[in-house]
Unconditional design. Sequence first.
Length: 428
Amino acid sequence: MSQPLRLGIAGLGTVGTGVVKILRQKAALLTERAGRAIEISAVSARTRDKDRGVSLSSYAWEDDPVALATRDDVDVFVELMGGSDGPAKAAVEAALKAGKDVVTANKAMLAHHGQALAELAESTGAVLRFEAAVAGGIPVIKALTEGLAGNEIERVMGVMNGTCNYILTRMEDAGLSYDAAFAEADALGYLEADPQLDVGGIDAGHKLSLLSSIAFGTQVAFDAVELEGIGSVTIEDIRQAADMGFRIKLLGVARMTGRGLEQSMAPCLVPANSPLGQLQGGTNMVVIEGDQVGQIVLRGAGAGEGPTASAVMGDVMDIARGLRVSTFGRPADALKPAVPAMASTPAPYYLRTALADKPGALAKVATALGEAGVSINRMRQYDHTNDSAPVLIVTHRTTRAALDQALAGMETTGVMMSPPVALRIEEV
């Protein structure tokens, strides 16, 4: 049998501890599947004596993750510390420069430095794997780089932040305001230390930029992702979207167009009876559309000890078996700089506003829409409150530019009692 594959694990939080548990509890099974033993040589973390629920006494300890990454008895450096820069990046660079393979769950680091790290890995013959960085336990990176390699990818979209999906689901199911659902998620420990990473769409935007690179053969372009969080979504939007047959999700969508690469992470409406519409709680879902396979749907746990550690081990197992795949599915020097394009592929839109309770108000809004070339599919007016009339409009497919022109025209009518809310309806 081949020599054991020796790991150095930096970061012993939830995911790192989960990896250690899998390696200890399933050693025989992993050896059978990989054709060689997989062992831990050394570990590193901020705190040495913390009780992690698993013994680390049989592993060497390094206070410095860079020292761990360059040890002679480490074949694969497993980076689970997090952070786009700092010790994580320094240790990964040290490992790659030493020709060691790297497995990471660090989406922020890859979103900001993925191209440079991919080039470094290839220059030394190392591989850089990151299944655990996107959508927890869902093997979406493997699906794009391997299973769907014979396809031209047409669109990638999905719900990639379980915390946001939990908040939106709780708003609908329990009739909670955004603030109340946010506080509940916070009390349950679902939010990042900086909550804006979750609710601002930044975490999910990191993930979308990585999927876009693989799907469309471009250099990672996180700065080109259009980001909008869920903080402006109200319980009224949730209820009224449901009344029209939709649910609101923080949805990432990427597609290559003749103008360039569209990448957006924003609240969207999806049909309530679609796979994305039925997604509840903290679960993630990624939908991939290819020219040969059509549409496939991948659904599963988006975070947590077991699912994310499972994804880490998937990458470790591939390395143990001798599988060598370019970081983003093709050689780094073949990845083209992304030409960013604003998301303007035509789509229906949901509009919510309140009009003055006076004759002709609705006709003025309809005229403003019509003059911008935006046609109405459905419209619903609710009971008057405080001299205003809540109105919902679902448009036919239109461009965002035309919609913005219509919204500007609506503002000049003199009948608007509140700024209109406009959310894209993504056809699934």
